[in-house]
Design a protein around this ligand. Structure first.
Ligand SMILES: [Zn+2]
Length: 501
């Protein structure tokens, strides 16, 4: 994610000279009728989600069923499985994932509840005992009648109902769009720490998931345009409703965004179809060209974007930009002349997350710096590759170094720990200064220390070794040390206050 306050918007507008060349691309959105095999080699034990839902556009309620096939890939016997129920954070004002001073912008028409109700959990047509628990009821615990041994598979059917709130965040609806993200029961990650059952924190992107395969069928009575993770393999009329069949392989989450008023255009780069969904032609085109150029640049720098599609969607999202696999949400109010430099920066930042968070995953709750630091620095690399070093230095100075030093001078006694959990940061301001700015400054320093050749080799090896997996700071340090053949632990400790757990 990246957030831009009004102040930051004003600062950026006054310091960056626009040197963007905007090309007009007029191709229109087309439904892809058949699924073409993607060259993704995935583990046969990968979790699969088959989700079949009906979306009521008037009440903004989703009802449906989720079939989850899960394999215990740990060495531990499980007596229960855990799922995140993120929509329940929207039930009460004290658990919504917004800071207090953001509530007016998050709910411009006033607070109303959003939630997910678990109606039934079954295995082989037999009900399983389950309990909704955790802060804000954001965890579903399914008690298994028989234990699930290492290597064993299980198939569960979860019946659920989701109410979408009038919120301008990741999950909610506004005047232009319905943002459907973090909306279904998603299996929690089991790692060496055990089950990861963190609630929906208001700072950062508090998510942590394994890659999975998805087939999502959505029926609705409205003529919506959907932007989504994965590919549309079928769009048909069934019983007077429109039914979309969407498929995605090896992705960390599945998000959608719907609008009755979307315009769209598309383009292609190296076999990847890129879509831009928007409400204004000029800036829809700008978002498309930034996505196209950044996908090309990051594919060359790190390793190829492995999916067939990518979408940039303007949305009622007051925070700035948010990444999901194959899909990013961008605040629609930034599609304006005065914000076009910010629009570019945000689109590129969210595209970079496709590599850092999306393909190479990490625990965004406990080590958020890892994807945000790499993503912010990747955004700078886009400016370097597209416009040259001078432009990159200018963007670095204005968007990273200046705001970081302003923070530092206001908080001279802060220990400046970059490596810490999102719930240890005081507020979004401190989080941004340390995780984004200092995180990117550290990667910049690392490049200087290693030299360009080794640094870019490190990034390629890190991407290749951890794609479709979750990595942590120790894994990243390990690749840096191995490729460069030098000890870097002290650098990590000094810059990040990193301590090996
Ligand atoms: Zn981000």
């Amino acid at each position: 994610m990246i957030r831009f306050s009004i102040n930051r918007k004003v600062v950026l507008c006054t310091v960056i000279v626009c040197i963007l060349a905007v090309a007009v691309i007029g191709a229109k959105f087309q439904i892809i009728e058949t699924f073409q095999g993607e060259k993704i080699h995935y583990d046969k034990n990968i979790t699969t989600y088959g989700i079949d839902i009906d979306f009521d556009p008037v009440e903004r309620i989703i009802t449906g069923n989720e079939k989850v096939k899960y394999t215990n890939q740990s060495n531990t016997t499980f007596n229960a499985l855990y799922f995140h129920l993120y929509p329940n954070a929207f039930k009460k004002q004290d658990t919504v994932p917004f800071e207090k001073n953001e509530m007016d912008r998050a709910y411009p028409k006033g607070f109303e509840q959003g939630y997910i109700e678990i109606q039934d959990v079954q295995k082989n047509n037999e009900p399983l005992n389950h309990v909704v628990m955790g802060i804000g009821d954001t965890i579903l615990k399914v008690n298994l009648k028989n234990s699930l041994e290492p290597g064993e598979k299980i198939e569960l059917d979860i019946k659920f109902c989701v109410k979408i709130p009038p919120s301008y965040g990741r999950f909610g609806y506004g005047e232009h769009t319905v943002n459907i993200a973090n909306w279904y029961p998603i299996v929690a990650v089991f790692d060496k720490k055990g089950w990861n059952l963190e609630p929906y924190h208001s700072i950062g992107d508090p998510f942590y998931s394994d890659v999975a395969n998805y087939r999502v069928e959505v029926s609705t009575s409205n003529e919506y345009v959907f932007a989504h993770t994965g590919k549309c393999v079928k769009k048909e009329k069934v019983d007077g409703k429109i039914r979309w069949t969407l498929e995605a392989k090896c992705v960390r989450d599945f998000a959608m965004i719907a609008s009755e008023n979307y315009q769209s255009m598309d383009d292609e780069i190296d076999g990847v179809k890129i879509f831009s969904y928007y409400f204004d032609d000029t800036f829809g085109d700008l978002a498309l060209s930034c996505a196209k150029d950044s996908i090309k640049i990051f594919s060359e720098l790190y390793g190829k974007y492995p999916y067939k599609e990518f979408s940039v969607a303007a949305s009622d999202f007051f925070i700035g930009g948010m990444e999901y696999p194959n899909l990013v949400f961008i605040d629609q109010s930034l599609y304006k002349e005065e914000y076009k430099e910010i629009l570019e920066y945000i689109v590129v930042h969210e595209v970079a997350h496709q590599w850092w968070y999306g393909i190479v995953g990490n625990d965004e709750v406990n080590e958020p710096w890892l994807d945000e630091g790499l993503t912010e620095y990747s955004t700078l690399l886009y400016y370097e590759k597209k416009y040259g070093k001078e432009k990159m230095n200018e963007v670095y100075k204005n968007l990273i170094a200046k705001p970081y030093h302003a923070y530092e001078s206001r908080h001279p006694n802060n220990k400046n720990g970059v490596y810490k959990s999102i719930n240890k940061f005081e507020n979004a301001y401190e989080y941004q200064a340390l995780v984004y700015h200092k995180g990117a400054m550290f990667i910049k320093e690392l490049r200087k220390k290693l030299g360009d050749e080794i640094f870019f080799q490190v990034m390629k090896v890190y991407f290749d070794k951890y794609k479709y997996k979750n990595a942590n700071t120790e894994d990243f340090l390990g690749v840096c040390e191995k490729v460069s053949n030098q000890s870097l632990r002290e650098e990590f400790e000094k810059w990040l206050s990193y301590e090996k757990e």
